[in-house]
Structure formats: C-alpha cells, structure tokens
Design a protein around this ligand. Structure first.
Ligand code: CP
Ligand code: NVA
Length: 310
C-alpha cells in the first residue's frame, strides 16, 4: 500500500480486500477478548479542523486497543496554515509520532501534510473524500451480504465527499452504483469519469440520475448523507429547498429490494435527508456502520503504522 491513505482512488482492489479481511480478523479478536497490541508504543496525532464524534472516538479507541496511543489536537490548538505552515506542522509531528490522522477542510492540506511528513497520513474526511467511512461501509456490506460484486447501491442526496469515496469504492469492487442528486449537486466530473473508467475492469456500473425513485427501484442498499456538510452551514436554507424530494422515507424504501439495507454515515439531520421512521426502522444498519469504523480503521492503522508498513 502507499505510505498514506488519502483516497480510495489510490487503493487497488486487492488492497481493499486485504483491509476488509484484516478488519474482520481484528473484530473477531476484539470480540473474543484476545489482546492484539500490534502497535505497542506507537503514537498517532489526530488533527481536527472540524467537529467529530465517530472519527475521533474510533481512532482513539482503536489505537488504545492496539496498544498505542492517540493525541487529539483541537482546531484551536494547531490552526494549520495559520499559526504555522502545514509543512512545519508535518516536519514537527514526524519527529514525535508514528502517524497522523487529519480531518481538514481542503483536501490539498492533507496532500501537503502527506508530502512533507515522513510518517503515514490518514484522511479522516476532507471536503473531497471520506475514505475511512466508505471502507467501513464496504466492510459492513460484506458482513451483511457476504459479497460486494454486483450489489446495487443507490446513493440519494448530495454529490459530496462521502459520495466521491463511494464512487471510487464501487468502481473498484464491482458494485452497481447510482447517484441520485438534485441538479447542481452532482459529484465532481473528474471523480465520475475516473470511477466510470475503472468500473469497466471490475464489472461495476456507475450511473447518475436526478430521480431518487428511479435510483431506489430494486436497490439492495439505500445510502444517504446530510444535505449540508460541515463548512456549508450558510447554504443550509437553500439546500433544504433544493433537496426537496430527495428524502429517504418509507415510500422510497418500499421501492427498493424487500431486504434493502439503509445506510448513513452519520451524523444524520433527522427529518431532512432521512425520516426517523427509516433511520430507526428494521432496514437501518447505521450503528453497525459506526461500529465498523473502529475495526476497519484498526486495519488501516496496523497496515500503515505496523512494522510491515513503516
Ligand atoms: N461519519 C463520521 O465521520 O462521523 P464524525 O463526523 O462524527 O466523525
Ligand atoms: N458529508 C458530511 C460527512 C460527515 C461525516 C460532511 O462533510 O459534513
């Protein structure tokens, strides 16, 4: 694997498969109470420019279960590129820690950190992608369905960071992936193009639609995310208007396969992109996704920070 994990676009299908298998092993060991201190004595710095519940807690608990430690740097502490240059932060941190996890506004900040730090940099969400989330989602789907190839996933909502990571992931794992978004909220054209190109090799299929009902028809998975991502709060009133008709509600679920799985990366804005009834309903696997962030990220940490990685 490359030194860093910045995007699923950088992983090969085999590398994805290896991460999913390792996550399954680590989950089993944790469940059986078997200690697995694979990162004893190692430290992870966690830089957050935006808030987090899942990413922060799962990386912190993950490092601790692996025998290492994580250091949480609050936005006000570090102020990348403002208090000091991104390059200087990278060149300091690499002297003390074995890896850096960062949640940034700009994806370029992550790339700059990765370029200047000798240690691995892991993307904990940028404005462009959210690879840890979607790898955990693939892991959840593989647990629930036994396979990924040929699954029909309908992503209903904003063509945002989570959607971009899904496009890369679907293209590499043979998933039939349809994005249904309002006009003007499509995923980036270059991500779509590269996903479409790569899907040809895996047998996957990438489609773009503006009709949520058409996308949901017969889907094995309905996936959604907030209409207003972190940093876009000033647009939230306009977005609420523009996304009318794109809510995952009981009527949409009825169009999907009878055993459809409903997924959401969380946090959810209940009553906007998804109803309480669906989020709390029998098809929802959102808390399994959240749990699996822990196991999948432990696999990433072991791969990048473990002796075979660094
Ligand atoms: N899904 C996710 O990344 O959650 P947080 O923003 O709480 O980390
Ligand atoms: N698209 C959301 C994902 C949060 C995990 C955001 O960027 O806020």
């Amino acid at each position: 694997m490359t030194k860093d994990l910045l995007s699923i676009g950088d992983l090969t299908p085999n590398e994805i498969e290896t991460l999913l298998s390792l996550a399954a092993d680590l989950k089993e060991q944790q469940r059986k109470g078997i200690a697995h201190p694979l990162l004893a004595g190692k430290s992870l710095a966690m830089i957050f420019e935006k808030p987090s519940l899942r990413t922060r807690v799962t990386f912190e608990v993950g490092m601790s279960q692996l025998g290492g430690r994580a250091i949480y740097l609050v936005p006000a502490d570090i102020r990348l590129g403002e208090r000091e240059a991104v390059k200087d932060a990278a060149k300091n941190l690499e002297r003390w820690v074995d890896g850096i996890m960062a949640r940034t506004y700009s994806h370029q900040t992550l790339e700059e950190l990765a370029r200047h730090a000798a240690v691995p940099v892991i993307n904990g969400l940028s404005d462009l992608t959210h690879p840890c989330q979607v790898l955990a989602d693939l892991f959840t789907l593989r647990e629930k369905c036994g396979h990924l190839q040929g699954l029909k996933v309908a992503y209903i909502g904003d063509g945002n960071n989570v959607c971009h990571s899904w496009l890369y992931a679907a293209a590499k794992t043979g998933i039939e992936f349809t994005v249904a978004c309002p006009r003007g909220y499509e995923p980036h054209a270059d991500v779509l193009t590269s996903a479409r190109r790569e899907a040809e090799a895996s047998g996957g299929r990438i489609a773009l639609s503006h009709d949520p009902r058409l996308a949901a028809e017969g889907a094995d998975v309905l996936y959604t995310d907030v209409w207003t991502s972190m940093g876009q709060e000033a647009e939230s009133a306009k977005r609420r208007r523009d996304f009318q008709g794109f809510q995952v509600d009981a009527a949409l679920v009825r169009l999907a396969a009878p055993d459809v799985l409903v997924m959401h990366c969380l946090p959810a804005h209940r009553g906007e992109e998804i109803t309480d009834e669906v989020l709390d309903g029998p098809h929802s696997v959102v808390y399994d996704e959240a749990e699996n962030r822990l196991h999948l990220q432990k696999a990433i940490l072991v791969t990048l920070l473990g002796s075979q990685g660094s």
